[in-house]
Every structure is written in structure tokens, then in C-alpha cells.
Design a protein around this ligand. Structure first.
Ligand SMILES: [Zn+2]
Length: 358
């Protein structure tokens, strides 16, 4: 079945997801991403906050299109260490406290990785009458790193160290993968694969291409804002994950219909420039890539919202990868959708005219 990605690129995908990149602490993930792009792009650069840019340049007289994804993942952070050595956590970005307990997690300290478990009071011992079964607040979530006192814990970790769950990439079958941080390492991988395809078809390329892997999306789209202001491309194709709504308990009347394996999703409305959206739809059709459709009511909730209004405006559009169980350590995505996303972005770039305006 799915031969995408090729074996050598699978290793890149696996290392990209294995590398921790919690929001505000993206250095490890960026190292992996830039390492791959250095073998593909003409130039790779990073700004002071860690957003990374890879370029394929044609010449200064033609338009520049940006492919964008975010590099950060949600996570947790060491908030407080109790006298008994328990490490209390707070969220980084939109982490869900309901699923935190009973998981293995890693603290990335100055001295290296510290492994721990997020304590879950045994079902027998829970005080249900006093709210033991309700959604916990983050202040109730603690990590047990095996320390017996605050002093001992402080020899291993400090307040402000980032934390992620332990999970890496696993294959459910030939097509479906699961893990933490598929939001949005899949996007970083997709723009890297598009750059690779464009590099291979360089003779057909008539516009400059800039791939941006931005930091700090999960707390407000800040990296994308800094870098799109700096580089001011003529158009931006943004990719992130979107909710697959094909699992039990989701009201499709409210959240729309997106299915796993039915192709990337084209977004309409809001920051999505109508002419660029039409360009993407035409490119999908020409390439034989099936797409799904989503309506943006107010905001896309992605870096697109940060990019489109920079300076006098950057025509932007979002194409998304369907994802089940977003912001959990068991996010699920389809490699077939991922392949379609890469093809769509590649063909959309190749179809741009050197002087194209939107
Ligand atoms: Zn995301």
C-alpha cells in the first residue's frame, strides 16, 4: 500500500517526532529539521527565537511563496517542587489535564533527560465523594521522578524545565501512525518533503520558495508573525493539523465533517485568500489529489491568522492534515493524507507564475 514516505525519509520523520520541541523550547526539533533541509535547500537560516527558514531561490525578479508549518508542540513545564520531592506541572499550550495522569513523561533539564511518571491515585483510594473523579486542575498534576525531597529533586530538575510525554511514533498499520506531537511535526515534515520534491523538479520551478518552520504557535502564533514580517513573501501556503471528526462523540453539525484518509482539507473563509484557495483547489484537481473542505468561521486557529495581516497583507491559505485525538499523546494521522498534502503543496507552487498576484 502506502510507499510514502520513502524509507530514508521515514527515518527523518521518526527523528523529527522523537526530538522534543515543547513550545518555547524548540531547539532540538529545529536541529533535526534544519539538518534535513541543509541537504535540500540553497540556504537555511534561523532567527533569534528559533524559527527556521529554508530557501530555494530562482531569482530576485520573481515572486516568493512561503510554505509554513509550526515546529512547537504542546507540553508541560515544571511549576513547583514539593518538600517531598514531587514535581508539580503546569501546561505549555493547550495540554489537557484530564489525560495527564498515569502517563510516563520526560523532563528536559540542563543536565539531560529525567524520566518520571505522572502520579495517578489508585482507583481504590480515590475520594469520589469529594470530587476525586472530576477533571483535575493542573495544580493537582504532579510528576514522580523518584526523588525523596525537594533538595534531591532540585539536583535533577529546576522550575521552568519543559516536559513532554514519552511517546514517539508508532505505526497502527501501513497507513496510520500514532504518537505525540503529530501536531505539528507532520506539517514540518510535509513542507520539508515539498521542498525536496521542488528541488528534484527544479527545472519546472519559476518562483522563489521559502519554507518556514515557526516556533510558538501553540501560545499565539508568535514565530510565524516575526518571520512573515521579516521575509514578507508574496503568498503563503500554511499547513497544520485539523480535527478529524469521524470518531464517536463529535457533533458534525457543529464541527463539520473531516475524515481520516480522505485527503488534506482546504479551508475557506477568514484569513484564507479566496483566489489562493481556488489556486490550491485547481492544483489538487490537476494532481489528482482528493481534498476535503472546511469552513473558517472567525479564526483558523493556526499560524495563518498570524501571517495574513502582516504589513499590508500576505495572501494566505491553509491546507490541513486530518488528525484524530489532537493534543493527546495518541494523535492519529494518515500517511496517505500526508502524501496528498505534499503533492498538493508541490503542485500549487509549480503552478505559480513568476509574476503571479492574488
Ligand atoms: Zn498545530
Amino acid at each position: 500500500m502506502s510507499r510514502f514516505p520513502a524509507t530514508s525519509d521515514r527515518t527523518f520523520l521518526e527523528s523529527l517526532i522523537a526530538a522534543p520541541s515543547p513550545v518555547g523550547y524548540e531547539a532540538e526539533g529545529q536541529k533535526v529539521w534544519m539538518g534535513y533541509l541543509e541537504g535540500v535547500a540553497d540556504r537555511v537560516e534561523q532567527d533569534s527565537y528559533g524559527s527556521a527558514v529554508a530557501r530555494l531561490d530562482v531569482n530576485a525578479d520573481v515572486m516568493t511563496v512561503m510554505l509554513e508549518a509550526h515546529a512547537d508542540e504542546i507540553g508541560m513545564v515544571v511549576q513547583y517542587i514539593s518538600e517531598k520531592g514531587f514535581v508539580y506541572l503546569n501546561k505549555l499550550g493547550g495540554s489537557d489535564s484530564t489525560i495527564a495522569r498515569g502517563k510516563r513523561a520526560v523532563v528536559y533539564s540542563q543536565k539531560g533527560k529525567v524520566f518520571g511518571v505522572i502520579g495517578n491515585t489508585a482507583i481504590h483510594l480515590q475520594d469520589r465523594k469529594n470530587g476525586g473523579a472530576k477533571q483535575p486542575e493542573w495544580k493537582e498534576i504532579f510528576l514522580d521522578i523518584g526523588a525523596e525531597s525537594r533538595e534531591e529533586a532540585l539536583e535533577m530538575v529546576q522550575v521552568g524545565d519543559p516536559v513532554t510525554y514519552l511517546d514517539g511514533l508508532e505505526y497502527l498499520n501501513e497507513e496510520l501512525v500514532t504518537g505525540r506531537a503529530l501536531d505539528n511535526r507532520m506539517g514540518g515534515f510535509a513542507i520539508a518533503m515539498a521542498m525536496k520534491a521542488l528541488r528534484e523538479r527544479r527545472k519546472e520551478l519559476r518562483v522563489n520558495v521559502l519554507a518556514l518552520n515557526s516556533v510558538q504557535e501553540e501560545v499565539g502564533g508568535f514565530g510565524a508573525r516575526m518571520m512573515s514580517y521579516r521575509h514578507m513573501p508574496d503568498a503563503a501556503i500554511v499547513t497544520d493539523v485539523t480535527h478529524a471528526t469521524d470518531t464517536p462523540g463529535i457533533d458534525q453539525r457543529q464541527h463539520g465533517m473531516v475524515e481520516l484518509g480522505k485527503g488534506p482539507s482546504v479551508q475557506h473563509g477568514g484569513a484564507n485568500h479566496p483566489a489562493l484557495v481556488r489556486h490550491l483547489e485547481a492544483a489538487a484537481k490537476a494532481a489528482g489529489v482528493d481534498v476535503q473542505h472546511e469552513a473558517t468561521s472567525v479564526r483558523t486557529g493556526t499560524d495563518t491568522d498570524s501571517i495574513f495581516y502582516q504589513r499590508s497583507g500576505i495572501p494566505s491559505a491553509l491546507v490541513s492534515l486530518p488528525l484524530r485525538y489532537m493534543h493527546s499523546p495518541v494523535e492519529v494521522a494518515s500517511l496517505r493524507d500526508l502524501e496528498g498534502l505534499v503533492q498538493l503543496m508541490t503542485e500549487a507552487v509549480l503552478a505559480l507564475e513568476p509574476d503571479q498576484e492574488f
